[in-house]
Ligand binder design. Structure first.
Ligand code: C2E
Ligand code: MG
Ligand code: MG
Length: 751
């Protein structure tokens, strides 16, 4: 373009400066400012150029422009605002930061020409501003000066400003340049945070905050108090610091898998304090997440529940132990038993249960008092413990009942060994308050698996076996066996139906004649009760008399027997058998009823049977027990004319001379003597003696259970008065008996 340049120069003569970009000799580009003019030299027209290198200046200009651009962006994009004040601290730029979001609540230019404290404010106080102004007047920089003012919408907003003084080249103060920001939101968040953290700090619960790896970042005061560790000791460690090692296996695995899955974990922890003491903490661990949902921290809050746990443990102990002996009670025993059964099942082992009841313990309580009884039970608990291996349980079920659980038995013999040991432990007396007490136990034993699958069944069967031990004469042990169950079951069903038998008219009487040997005539009949059971058929007394005695049902039943038999005898006597006597069996329980005498007297009146037609059969044991009262009763009835017979004579311990004291008419020789009469010479002698002595005492002798002719002959030869037995007649129903009595003349009894 140089030619065009020269052309332009030729026309105008001069050219004002223009800027051009030239390439220098080394190839780099430079900015030049060129001016040109026409001059004449010796009449010759010449062109004159001046070119100046302006590259440096251009570069400086560009830097400045960029800097201004940057400043504009900054103030526009930042949430902070920029401001300037003059030497009098008045706002010097119109609308500084007006476009900055945080101050847009104020109208643009509202500040211009005013000082900050001339604008309405809510804080700081006058004094606060005065202090600020001393800084300003000293032309010092300041940082984070805070003030508040009401925004046009009325809400109070808080600001923080920082600034530095500006001086000119000569060092004269020109004013301040500063930035500021609206910190309203930040302050609210901070206040919220302060509230929360002081709440956490002061709460009664232990609070621990850990990072994701379980490293403790925070603990509160309650943690320090509860554990004895200071904050400084805890920070940077993990909660393993308080681990007791008493948590069940798998506990911590469960904990971590729960909280790492983002779920809250709540459990009772057993932890250890710095001083080694254990404490119970009911703890909840909650994962904290960041805004992306990633777990960043765990916060654990816990309550020391030591007191509650202690109370609970005590309650648990009381609920599972006997207060007197501190032995496990039935509940705990059953629990242990069931656990033992589970183990035994796995290891194919035998489990043994001993059920132990003290014989006649009541006597000790009654005669020596409960204090002695209690002390004996305590001493006994200790002795029983000495009989078993560690791991076997001794329990008290209450009263004088104890149970022993024997685990890990390989052979049944082992159980007998322990049972013998237990019996042996009772051979030495217990010395209580200077009393030497001898006591014995009755022990029932049941074994798993043979005697039951469940704890309850085994206990029930051991209990049944214990009763058998009592029956077998006490101070012994009995194993449970299957036939016992049937017996117990039968007894149970009989017991229930026996209660209704009388009302349902299920009892019937059979009669068996007593024949006078001298004359061959019937002198009496014995009434023998039977029970027409709806399921089991006709039951003999052996099946139900004992139960009836134990339950008391014997009393109303006995009255029914007496009335029925007496009425029937009355009829037979009116029909012609004028001398006929009725023999009625009376059990001990009946005889000992307070109104027994009255009942018999009343029945005699009711039936109008002459008293001497009635013979009551009592056993030797009735006579032996409580002799005075017995004599009184016998005497009362005797004076009315009633006869008495001693039944089953020879099986008890009464001597004939002793019997002399009682108003008795007849001895009934027990059938066991009659049975072996011809074979056993011993019995022969006994029967001969009984007959001879009875005659001497003017007592009638009746032989029971005469079944053979030889027996009959023997009795005749030795002067027995009367006989009763199958040889003459079985017990018969009332119809058949009536029939047979009517045939007496045609068909002799001894025929
Ligand atoms: P017990 O009073 O000694 O009655 C005699 C028992 O011997 C009766 O048995 C009778 O059937 C049986 N007997 C009679 N002759 C013979 C014989 O030749 N050979 C054999 N082997 N036995 C013979 P039962 O009827 O079974 O009565 C058994 C026991 O039940 C009676 O013995 C009596 O103690 C009691 N008992 C029967 N009825 C009553 C009753 O109404 N009240 C009470 N309290 N007990 C009764
Ligand atoms: Mg009898
Ligand atoms: Mg008898």
């Amino acid at each position: 373009g140089i030619d065009a340049f020269i052309e332009r120069l030729g026309k105008s003569g001069t050219i004002p400066g223009v800027e051009r970009i030239w390439r220098s000799k080394d190839g780099s580009l430079i900015d030049v400012h060129v001016t040109a003019s026409k001059i004449r030299q010796k009449g010759k027209k010449l062109g004159f150029f001046v070119a100046r290198d302006v590259t440096k200046r251009k570069q400086a200009e560009e830097v400045l422009r960029e800097s201004e651009e940057r400043f504009r962006s900054l103030t526009q994009l930042s949430s902070d605002f920029y401001w300037e004040t003059d030497t009098e601290h008045r706002f010097a730029v119109r609308g500084p930061g007006d476009r900055a979001s945080s101050v847009s609540v104020f109208p643009p230019g509202a500040h211009f020409g005013k000082t900050r404290w001339e604008l309405p404010y809510t804080s700081p106080s006058e004094a606060g501003w005065r202090e600020h102004r001393t800084t300003l007047d000293a032309h010092l920089p300041f940082h984070d000066f805070r003030f508040s003012r009401a925004a046009p919408d009325g809400a109070e907003r808080h600001f923080s400003i920082s600034a530095e003084p500006v001086f000119d080249a000569a060092g004269n103060f020109k004013g301040y340049r500063g930035v500021g920001s609206d910190i309203t939101e930040r302050m609210r968040a901070e206040a919220e945070m302060r509230k929360l953290s002081s709440a956490i700090q002061q709460t009664a619960d232990c609070v621990i905050i850990t990072d994701r790896d379980g490293v403790i970042e925070y603990v509160n005061d309650a943690f320090e108090r509860a554990t004895g560790y200071t904050r400084a000791e805890a920070l940077g460690r993990t909660p393993r610091l308080v681990k007791s090692g008493l948590q069940e296996t798998g506990f911590y695995e469960r904990l971590w898998s729960t909280i790492l899955a983002g779920t809250t974990f709540s459990e009772v922890f057993v932890n250890r304090k710095k001083n080694g003491e254990l404490y119970y903490e009911e703890k909840t661990i909650t994962p904290l997440r960041d805004c992306d949902g990633r777990i960043t921290h765990f916060i654990s809050t816990g309550k020391d529940i030591g007191e509650r746990m202690q109370a609970q443990e005590r309650l648990h102990y009381l609920a599972h132990h006997d207060a007197l002996t501190e032995l496990p009670n039935r509940v705990l025993f059953l629990d242990r038993l069931n656990q033992a059964l589970n183990r035994a099942h796995r290891h194919k082992r035998i489990v043994g249960i001993m059920f132990l009841d003290l014989d006649r313990f009541k006597n000790i309580n009654d005669t020596l008092g409960h204090d002695v009884g209690d002390a004996l039970l305590k001493a006994l608990a200790v002795r029983l413990h000495g009989c078993v291996r560690e791991g076997d349980s001794v329990a008290r079920f209450g009263g004088d009942e104890f149970a022993i659980l024997l685990e890990d038995i390989t052979q049944i013999k082992d159980v007998s060994v322990v049972a013998d040991k237990v019996l042996n432990a009772f051979t030495q007396p217990f010395v209580i308050n200077a009393h030497e007490l001898f006591i014995t136990p009755s022990i029932g034993i049941s074994l798993h698996p043979t005697d039951g699958a469940t704890g309850a069944a085994l206990l029930k069967n051991a209990d049944a076996a214990m009763y058998r031990a009592k029956d077998a004469g006490k101070n012994n042990y009995q194993f449970y066996s299957a036939d016992m169950t049937t017996a117990a079951f039968e007894r149970l069903t009989l017991e229930t139906s026996l209660r209704h038998a009388l009302a349902r008219g299920e009892f019937v009487l059979h009669y068996q004649p007593q024949i006078e040997l001298g004359t061959g005539r019937v002198i009496g009949v014995e009434a023998l009760v039977r029970w027409q059971h709806p399921e089991f058929g006709l039951l003999a007394p052996a099946h139900f008399i004992t139960i009836a005695e134990e339950t008391g049902a014997i009393v109303p039943m006995g009255e029914w027997v007496a009335r029925t038999a007496m009425l029937q005898t009355k009829r037979w006597r009116e029909a012609g058998l004028r001398q006929l006597r009725i023999a009625i069996n009376v059990s001990a329980r009946q005889f000992n009823e307070p109104n027994f005498v009255d009942t018999i007297a009343r029945l005699l009146r009711e039936t109008a049977l002459p008293a001497d037609a009635l013979e009551l059969e009592i056993t030797e044991s009735v006579i032996m027990k409580n002799a005075e009262k017995t004599i009184e009763r016998l005497q009362a009835l005797h004076s009315m004319g009633v006869h008495f017979a001693v039944d089953d004579f020879g099986t008890g311990y009464s001597s004939l001379s002793y019997l002399r004291r009682f108003p008795i008419h007849t001895l009934k020789v027990d059938q066991s003597f009659i049975h072996d009469l011809t074979e056993d010479s011993g019995d022969v002698e006994i029967v001969k003696t009984i007959i001879a002595m009875a005659r001497g005492l003017k007592l009638a002798v009746v032989a029971e259970g005469v079944e053979t002719h030889e027996q009959l002959v023997f009795l005749q030869v030795h002067g027995c008065h009367a006989v009763q037995g199958y040889l003459i007649s079985r017990p018969l129903s009332v119809e058949r008996m009536t029939e047979r009595l009517n045939q007496s003349d045609a068909r002799p009894w001894l025929g």
